[in-house]
Design a protein around this ligand. Sequence first.
Ligand SMILES: Cc1cc2nc3c(=O)[nH]c(=O)nc-3n(C[C@H](O)[C@H](O)[C@H](O)COP(=O)(O)OP(=O)(O)OC[C@H]3O[C@@H](n4cnc5c(N)ncnc54)[C@H](O)[C@@H]3O)c2cc1C
Length: 411
Amino acid sequence: MIAVIGGGPAGMMAAITAARMGKTVHLFEKNEKLGKKLYITGKGRCNVTNHGDMEQLFGNVMKNPKFLYSAFYTFDNIQTMEFFEELGVPLKVERGERVFPCSDKSSDVIAGLQRELKRLQVKVHYHSTVKKIEATQGRVVAVQVEQGGKVERIPCSSAIVATGGLSYPVTGSTGDGYRFAKEMGHKVTKCVPALVPFEITEAFVKEMQGLSLRNVAMQIYAEKKKIYDSFGEMIFTHFGISGPLVLSGSSYVLPYLEKGENLRLSIDCKPALQEEQLDQRILRDFKEAQNKQFKNSLDKLLPKKMIPVMIQLSGIDPEKPVHSITKEERKQLLHIIKNLEMHICGVRGFQEAIITRGGIAVKEVDPGTMESLLVQGLYFTGEVLDLDALTGGYNLQIAWSTAYMAGMAAQ
Ligand SMILES: Cc1cc2nc3c(=O)[nH]c(=O)nc-3n(C[C@H](O)[C@H](O)[C@H](O)COP(=O)(O)OP(=O)(O)OC[C@H]3O[C@@H](n4cnc5c(N)ncnc54)[C@H](O)[C@@H]3O)c2cc1C
């Protein structure tokens, strides 16, 4: 019997693959249902994978991409899409090659996986927390499972660890897999929250809390070195900033933050306009509002919540009549719209991190099977491994591909 530990995307895929190979599979999930985290992915729409080419897939993996060569080439994004279509979950490709279910419902992805688990007669144990994996003479022999306050020893030939990382622990991923791995002699690299919002030094972010900016450009500098330059959507929060542009940026920022470097970011609020064009635009607005006070002249140019902050940063007297604003003052306004500067003083914790960076060291895992190189019959898949990628469906692809490998190989 193969014991799959964890009913997230990796666990479900591993269980399905092993069962399709004719194996008897038991899936243990500590929660009352499967895929609690999968349910909240992609803001409830589930960005299942990314339709980009192989170069794009590998290019978006931030840690240990080489380890994924076998897995990505054996079960790639196109096979993932075919897999879901066959399960009765039609998919669509959106901006950035992101793949979603046509229904925009992550629950349909989970339902498709559950139908297949049922068809293959995988025995799913809910409310079942695996406490320990037993091995004798370097081979997995059993799992100890807590169910309803009692711990039962269940013999098995293989155990596939698919317990996830440490991010969003409310969904069940509380790092149990790292403990199992350590108990079996595996090295676990340092785990830190990744794809995570920024905490910002400047107090003005709080004033703009809730304001979402759609098409802005962001550059991040560690000391003087530019480490991130991208374009997209962000949102101001009570502690700093979040949103897709920020989450992706966090992957680049983490190593510098750990070194304690000074991290400055600059937002171009009007990236579609060259400075010259923006100046013309401001001049036009100022002309229309020439007899108004400065504070009442920016409604067309900037979102409402941003106006008081920009006025303050511009240093221009808010009561000043627009017709008496000097060229230098106008240039300063233009400068801050094109370069809204902030400093990153930290990132949020695991509670708000999309993924965990760090995990079970991949050099002790066979990349062709996901089997431990230390203990026979022990497999690791998904986020529990020291692998992570940017947003765009890549993290789920890591789960599908690594789980497929383990499901195929487990005996
Ligand atoms: C808000 C949010 C949005 C995201 N959106 C996307 C997206 O759109 N696209 C994308 O590619 N990625 C996305 N991700 C990342 C993606 O969800 C993860 O990479 C993925 O869920 C990892 O899958 P997993 O199966 O390894 O772990 P998990 O999904 O964490 O599943 C682990 C399971 O194991 C169970 N478990 C843990 N310990 C035990 C134990 N001892 N016994 C029994 N069961 C146990 C847990 O309860 C859990 O159900 C998002 C993440 C978050 C938090």
